[in-house]
Design a protein around this ligand. Structure first.
Ligand code: ADP
Ligand code: ZN
Length: 366
């Protein structure tokens, strides 16, 4: 089992990475540091596959656990579902030393984390992420949130878990498209912080796509290390943490313009990274060959390089509605090299629009 420490002073915690870690998670929760009343939150799909196994493992220990099963998908990330979880927590008398455990993808983790952050002003939280996206991104860093009907992730809190258990064996049941969405964020780590890691991804495409456990472990570990390092230095996103937003400014606009139905998050991030790289190239930050390498890797992972159903004007306007656009200023994370990015708010409108034109399908030029 691999271990990564997220250094955040008294909020520090460890991420454990290995195979078949449900038992380790149950053992951790059963420690004398926590009370015996536990709430496990998961979704229907995960419950159908792993429900029995989870029940068995949790019942070995002396904990009194309540299992809450949500409908799968983003529509569960609401205050209404949070309220149902509060009701369950109150009815089952969860106390201040209780643990809320999230077993699932980003949706389950974000919602259960938000409830853990707010119930009794904060109870213990443990994450067992089961999608690649949650394992390399949303379970690390302490962002929890629910959606509002006017926008995604608008209501939330920074709240760190007590531990994260990444069970790579759960990826075996994950649909291939969900693997690809995680790979969008994995590629991002290579660009923002580690050229060797980017080369490693280029050399191991087949192993990754065929689910080679050792290779997956390596890429998850390196991704978590990079995110943990960035988060440790800037927990609440006042500076450095912004580099994690590489590709996301355009991605959020693409997701919004296609009404969150056409592209899942990682796919939109892949398109957004190409857009950001093209802006970087047009400003002479980076040469064309490196932008092409990024495009090739995204393509070989089976992700889209262009978006369909969007217009330059539509995306351009949406960029300014992003919640990270402050006072009309977009903080662009631009690529200088693999492992080297720079943040600037000074990008002329025509450069942005030229780059957007190149990532929209109709302008693909064959
Ligand atoms: P994400 O982690 O990408 O933010 P979700 O939490 O919505 O997204 O999970 C994506 C989908 O994958 C959901 O339908 C969820 O039920 C399903 N899922 C999560 N983990 C697994 C798994 N290990 N095996 C099969 N399906 C899974
Ligand atoms: Zn993301």
């Amino acid at each position: 089992m691999e271990k990564i420490k997220v250094e955040l002073g008294e909020n520090s915690y460890e991420i454990f990475i290995g195979e078949n870690l449900f038992d380790d998670a149950a053992k951790f929760i059963n420690s004398p540091n926590f009370s015996k009343k536990v709430m496990v939150v998961t979704d229907e799909n995960i419950f159908n596959i792993y429900g029995e196994k989870l029940r068995k493992i949790f019942s070995i220990y002396d904990t009194n656990f309540e299992m809450k099963i949500l409908p799968a998908g983003e529509t569960s990330k609401t205050l209404e579902k949070a309220e149902k979880l509060y009701t369950c927590a109150i009815e089952s008398r969860l106390d201040r030393k209780s643990v809320i455990v999230a077993i699932g993808g980003g949706v389950v983790g974000d919602l259960a984390g938000f409830v853990a952050a707010t119930y009794l002003r904060g109870v213990n939280f443990v994450q067992v992420p089961t999608t690649l996206l949650a394992q390399v991104d949303s379970s690390v860093g302490g962002k929890t949130a629910v959606n509002h009907k006017l926008g995604k992730n608008l209501i939330g809190a920074f709240y760190q878990p007590k531990a994260v258990f990444i069970d790579i064996a759960t990826l075996k049941t994950l649909p291939p498209r969900e693997i690809r969405t995680g790979l969008g964020e994995v590629v991002k780590y290579g660009v923002i912080s580690d050229a060797d890691f980017f080369s490693y991804l280029e050399k191991n495409i087949e192993g990754i796509l065929s689910g080679n456990v050792e290779i997956l472990k390596q890429i998850i570990k390196r991704s978590c290390e990079i995110k943990a390092e960035v988060v440790s230095r800037d927990e609440k996103e006042s500076g450095l943490r912004r580099i994690l937003n590489f590709g996301h400014t355009i991605a959020h606009a693409v997701e919004e313009e296609t009404h969150y139905t056409k592209y899942n998050h990682g796919e939109a991030v892949a398109i957004g990274m190409i857009g950001a790289a093209l802006i970087s190239q047009k400003l002479n930050y980076v040469d064309a060959e490196k932008v092409q390498r990024l495009k090739n890797l995204i393509e070989r992972f089976g992700m889209y390089t262009h978006c369909d159903g969007c217009t330059v004007e539509g995306i351009y306007k949406a960029l300014f509605r992003d919640k990270k656009t402050v006072g009309g200023k977009i903080n662009w994370v631009l690529m200088k090299d693999f492992g080297n990015v720079e943040i600037t708010a000074e990008v002329p409108e025509n450069i942005i629009k030229e780059a957007l034109k190149e990532i929209i399908c109709d302008n693909k030029g064959g």
